[in-house]
Design a protein. Sequence first.
Length: 202
Amino acid sequence: MTVEPCLTWKKCPDGYEITSLRNNDQEYFIVPKSNRLESFYPLKSHSALLKQLAGISTKRGFNQFANFNGLLSHPAKPESIRAWFQTANAMRDASLKAEKYDFDQLTEYFNSNKSEFLNIELECENHIPKFVTKIGSLKGGMWWQFTQSLTNKHSFERCSLCFTWFTVGQGTGRRRRTLNTKHSFCSPKHQGRYKYLQRHNE
Ligand SMILES: [Zn+2]
């Protein structure tokens, strides 16, 4: 059964910042810079968001991630840096273990949070019925996307120019890098740009 994730998320077009306001636990928070919010579809524009966050371990990195993708659990509620560290660590663990075909972390996370993913509906678009799961948070969407890539036997590669992670394999529209090529690119544009820069740096 193929179930498509459906996540409409919101982000602040003015970006995010780390507050100097701290709570009793002396925690810092990431907050939107204004109360403007715009809807977008993060899972449609990015095929390996979990891998992206798993590679970040600084406050500044989290802030940048939020500028592109919004907050993790609620579109506008201040989110503690500690929660960001915990999420990124859990994703890094699951991702490193999955590379070694150890899916214990992933199974545990997914099964103990499955209520996030069970909102399945049948939709019909252009006379084609399909199952979709309505996901309520960016964090949940990232776990779903990663898990689905693994169950579909997709693998992950990283763009040599912009360092964005993306999925490759059947159904992704991208082929796996062949053994004799050193670099992967998220788009033909970045491949062209990388080659141009290499030629001009020689
Ligand atoms: Zn790229």
